[in-house]
Design a binder for this molecule. Structure first.
Ligand code: ADP
Ligand code: ZN
Ligand code: ZN
Length: 686
């Protein structure tokens, strides 16, 4: 018998469709099989037969399937999801299917798999669920009710936006909606941006439903753990699957409810491979399956907010925090009005405005904690020689190398190239090199000088590299061993810091003026999220919590909306801008990126690609922008270029991209210096 099998053919082969193999008696679609591919043996998924399957090479001439894994077939629903993902993001079907399966599965012999399967069923009594559900508050009850009505089929199924600040009880809504789905014998998929930053969430689901019913799927697990939890989901042994973006393609034969927490988070969009958006796929998957999906956020993405405004999504609002803690007061500090200090003109601007410093000192005196946010790690972003104007550039990238004082290195944050910091200017020998600007490491040092009595700690990618160090540092903050915590945006996420009554963003302006059109949306989300870290203890101590922002642009509408905690006004202003600028969600974008070893190769490839694309798209209303260098034009000796395609209809864009892809594969051999290229559909940043 002839079988069509989706196999992981390399992208550059241009072979995206399933390949034909033979098998003596045939196996059902969705079965996992081991098949030869070139000189390798690979794991493939038996795909659905098509009408023309009787044509072509006679079965006898085909290569044989080596073995079929003894697992239930992947469902038609799963195959449809993977096929959609591959088509929408312009990738090969086999590659997409393989990336959705846990890696170790590809290398297991049938015997090894059988042994793993035997170990799956827990022996002995399962840990009983202990958590009792609290009585819902009024807004929560409305939200849970709306979801239950969809679950039991009383209301038509429609995506829901659950809009509420941190602490407004969103997770409790997920839990109670999940309880209904579980009672119906269905599975629940919960997607979160970064699971190691939200261990509390996993713990709450485990406490409510029993740890044995919960599976986790994220990149922080060992391959063996991931295989185990993937199998538990696929076999229907786990009822709740919590995971990061990769979990959206998990096999869930009884899926009945999908939750996307912090749906605005950019990490739901993959930055490599198919560059798929797990949030968007979650919505598609739920819609095709006819099950409810809940998108939760305090600051929804503008796409989601727009869908809620237009009525395509239903909006469920949680208007107050559970503990009734008031929102923190937002204080905007106008840095333009600080007196410039003599002798400091060329140095970093003052760390803290005097008013902010006093506010932190008042917290210190009361034994409360402060969080200081600075979105730049290292000691100083660049070193500079005042005599010959040498700067610490990276020899491999168009970027500066950052000075890290801790290990006295000059390190490139793009390619990782690192050297010991020179004792004198490498060009002129001047021993007095200046550190320009400020990163978290320097901030920590300067704060220690300003607040000698304070216990200061720092949390960023440099201090949390070792396994367990993030947890240890968070535990120290929780135990009250830290007065002031300095960190990058990592500190704004997920943690429940109960004794924090002051949060300050020290120089967020640089995030406002990045070239990315989503920068304001990101900054607003970050600041609201950071503000959410403060305030739960505030009401108890009798001092309201405060969110401070140091800025040179305090009049900016973003900061003014933040001051009023007015997300809807901010979102409306942004949507108006997007509409007039022709940006998403009003237009649909795709980006073609290419890297080359020489300065011109990527650009030449993109120009040829654009010519091919224009010829294909004919009269259809598509706009091909000129190719431009990436904002960081060179990384690790690769020159990076990109080109934007814009369409007012998703369908038109999809159609043209699908025809363009083979043309790009055909062009590629003429552009030898191109090392990589990829299409990014619905890009996050342009
Ligand atoms: P969010 O997910 O929006 O941050 P949570 O669901 O985590 O909010 O709720 C914040 C806190 O309030 C949690 O400690 C949670 O256990 C508690 N909580 C949520 N809903 C209720 C309720 N109805 N009654 C009592 N406590 C609640
Ligand atoms: Zn010099
Ligand atoms: Zn570099």
């Amino acid at each position: 018998m002839r079988l069509r099998v989706a196999v992981p053919t390399p992208q550059h082969s241009g072979l995206g469709s399933p390949l034909d193999y033979r098998h003596p008696e045939g196996v059902p679609p969705g079965s996992l099989v081991r098949v030869p591919l070139g000189r390798r043996e690979v794991l493939g998924v038996v795909w659905d037969p098509t009408d023309d399957d009787t044509e072509g090479v006679p079965p006898a001439a085909l290569k044989p399937v080596q073995a079929a894994l003894n697992l239930p077939p992947l469902s038609e629903e799963w195959r449809r999801l993977v096929a959609f993902t591959a088509a929408y993001y312009q990738r090969g079907l086999g590659e997409m299917a393989a990336s959705a399966l846990p890696a170790p599965l590809a290398n297991l012999t049938p015997e090894q798999l059988a042994r793993r399967l035997k170990k799956l069923r827990p022996v002995g009594a399962a840990e009983p669920a202990s958590g009792l559900a609290p009585t819902l508050q009024a807004d929560q009850a409305v939200a849970v009710d709306a979801l239950k009505q969809q679950l039991v089929g009383v209301a038509p199924v429609k995506p829901s936006l659950l809009w509420g600040l941190t602490g407004s009880g969103k997770t409790e809504v997920y839990l109670q909606a999940a309880a209904t789905a579980l009672a119906q014998g269905r599975q629940v998929l919960v997607l979160v941006p970064e699971i190691n930053l939200t261990p509390q969430l996993v713990a709450r689901f485990a406490a409510r439903f029993g740890a044995e019913r919960v599976a986790c799927l994220h990149s922080g697990l060992t391959p063996a753990q991931r295989l185990r939890d993937w199998l538990r989901a696929h076999l229907g042994q786990a009822d709740v699957v919590l995971g990061t973006r990769l979990a959206v393609l998990a096999s869930l034969p009884r899926l009945g409810l999908v939750v996307v927490d912090e749906e605005h988070d950019p990490s739901f969009k993959a930055q490599d491979g198919a560059r798929q958006s797990a949030r968007d796929l979650a919505v598609w998957r739920a819609a095709r399956l006819g099950v409810p999906v809940v998108l939760g956020s305090a600051t929804p993405s503008l796409e989601t907010w727009h869908n809620a405004q237009s009525g395509r999504y239903q909006r469920l609002d949680l208007r107050s925090r559970i503990d009734a803690a008031p929102l923190p007061d937002v204080r905007l500090v106008d840095m333009k009005r600080l007196p410039a200090r003599a002798g400091e003109l060329n140095r970093a601007s003052p760390v803290l405005a005097p008013t902010l410093q006093h506010a932190i000192e008042a917290r210190l005196a009361r034994g409360e904690q402060s969080l200081l946010l600075l979105n730049r790690r290292g000691y100083a972003p660049v070193l500079h020689c005042g005599q010959c104007s040498w700067r610490s550039g990276c020899p491999h990238c168009s970027a500066w190398r950052v000075f890290h004082k801790g290990d006295r290195s000059l390190r490139c944050h793009h390619c990782g190239f690192s050297e010991r910091v020179p004792v004198a200017c490498p060009d002129c020998g001047n021993p007095d090199i200046d550190a320009i600007g400020r990163g978290t490491e320097r901030l920590e040092e300067q704060l220690q000088a300003l607040l000698p009595q304070a216990r200061i700690a720092r949390l960023d990618a440099d201090t949390t590299q070792r396994a367990g160090s993030l947890e240890a540092q968070l535990a120290a903050v929780h135990a009250g061993e830290v007065d002031v915590l300095v960190g990058t945006q990592m500190i704004a996420k997920g943690h429940d810091f109960r004794r924090v009554t002051l949060v300050a963003a020290l120089s967020p302006d640089n995030l406002l003026y990045s070239s990315d059109f989503r920068a304001p949306e990101r900054l607003f989300a970050l600041l609201i999220q950071a503000a959410g870290r403060a305030g739960r203890a505030g009401s108890a101590s009798g001092h309201p919590a405060e969110m401070w922002v140091q800025s040179h642009q305090v009049e900016h509408p973003l900061y003014q909306a933040l001051k009023r905690h007015d997300y809807p006004a901010f979102a409306q202003a942004q949507l108006d801008e997007r509409r007039s600028a022709g940006l998403p969600p009003f237009m649909h974008l795709a980006l073609l990126r290419a890297d080359s070893r020489d300065e011109t190769g990527a650009q030449a490839f993109l120009m040829a690609a654009a010519a091919a694309g224009r010829a294909l798209s004919g009269e259809s209303d598509l706009f091909w922008y000129p190719a431009v260098p990436h904002p960081v034009a060179k990384v690790a000796n690769q020159w990076r270029w990109q080109m934007l395609v814009e369409a007012s209809h998703r369908g038109v864009l999809q159609r043209v991209l699908a025809q363009w892809l083979p043309a790009l594969h055909a062009l590629r051999p003429q552009h030898r210096s191109v090392t990589r290229w990829a299409i990014d559909v619905d890009p996050q940043a342009i």
